[in-house]
Write a protein that binds this ligand. Sequence first.
Ligand code: ACO
Length: 215
Amino acid sequence: MATFQYDLRQLFPQPIIKITSTLLPHKFRGDHRQAADIAAKISKIIDRMGELSAIAQKLNKPVTTAQKLRMSDNHVVYLMADLAKDGDGRRGEVTGLLKIGFKDLYLFDELGQARKVDKTPCILDFYIHDSRQRTGLGKVLFQTMLSEEKWVPVKCSVDRPSEKLLSFLKKHYGLERCIPQANHFVLYDGFFEHEKGNEKASELARSRRMLLANR
Ligand code: ACO
């Protein structure tokens, strides 16, 4: 369990909070002293959850740390907690972390043409505590992020997705067919479809795939 020495209800006015580079919850209101205290506690949570995520993904070092978030204006971390008091009287545990951001990327479209896409929405790190996986919490956290950011799953690029995340995206959002990339980002069929003038390209790509599938 990801429990901490302090009462999490002080940090989580609701079960999911959004943290930016200030290391404070998005809607935080308080004085300097309170802000420093909250930011220190949030930093510890982010570092711990980032570490657990790295362990779960067998990475050498965490993708998410408080220090990295503090340095990046275009990254956001969502944290999820279960705020119920447990049998030992501890108040709450942190159950999930989701880091997202924008990146300028060179990507291949459905026709294999290279394009520079500025401010691509990216899924950068995603972790639900091992004891809580496959109970629907990932979907709750991801859905909250999508509605808060007004993102749609097919328009997200995913940085080095694990098998579990690939399966998650397929199950909950029907994302399956990828557009091959030269980098470690995964893009799904439909990513480029909204762009004017690219509908024809998507149509061509779809026809080509159908032809190949019917061979
Ligand atoms: N094996 C295969 N698929 C899995 C697994 C697993 N062990 N765990 C979750 N999934 C997928 C499946 O599609 C599953 O549906 P199913 O149980 O019917 O097969 C679905 O996710 C379950 O949905 P939720 O319960 O909403 O998802 P969960 O709370 O487990 O969160 C997450 C998904 C974040 C991927 C979680 O499993 C996790 O933390 N895994 C370990 C860390 C990880 O791999 N993170 C992604 C790294 S890549 C990146 O962040 C860019």
